[in-house]
Design a protein around this ligand. Sequence first.
Ligand code: C5P
Length: 225
Amino acid sequence: QQIIAIVPAAGIGSRMGATLPKQYLALNEQTILGHTLDCLLSHPSIEKVVVALSPVDDYFAELPQAVHPKLEAVIGGKERADSVLAGLQIADAGAWVLVHDAARPCLTHADIDKLIASSSAFPQGAILAAPVRDTMKRTNAEGVITATVCREQLWHALTPQFFPVHSLKKNLTDALAAGALITDEASAMEWAGIMPAVVSGRADNIKVTHPDDLQLASLFLKSHI
Ligand code: C5P
């Protein structure tokens, strides 16, 4: 089984309010994207890591990872799904792909292993996810609670998300053409009626979205050593 990774990194991270795109912010003597790529590039089962970059990216070439022999860069697209599709264009149809957010630098090899191992039980694909811990509320438009949502069987969808290349490529293409709301790879599969499984992963595999998340990610990375 050939396994590749695709890292959509073409976003501008406007929610961070920084001048740099968030994947290039400093984190423990590196960049966020540098940590993310190191984890994937050093995994022995991953043959190739494809990173999708903005057409106006000024920073990637400066990273030490840019010249790694396992790394290939492509130009991403307008939305995250377009960036993933750009990466899929250079993937073998018979391979499996791990799609992983550039902004999740705290991923571990143990979680990658767990996800890869799930493919024998779940040939349709699977995603890393973390069970919801808090009580969940639904509100109306005024912010008043209308219901408590049962948290059993509710999960935070994380990445990587692991699928056969041919299947993800077809379903992402079709779902985008149909105008479906696609916020992760699993949602494109679900749109096509293919239901991926969840594999319970570490809750510290956070997506750095807001400035406070950087401090958390820094602590998590130090705790992994
Ligand atoms: O904005 P958000 O945090 O949801 O982005 C998730 C990931 O998708 C980030 O790693 C971002 O760089 C990437 N992305 C992309 N192409 C876009 C938009 C976002 O590769 N057009």
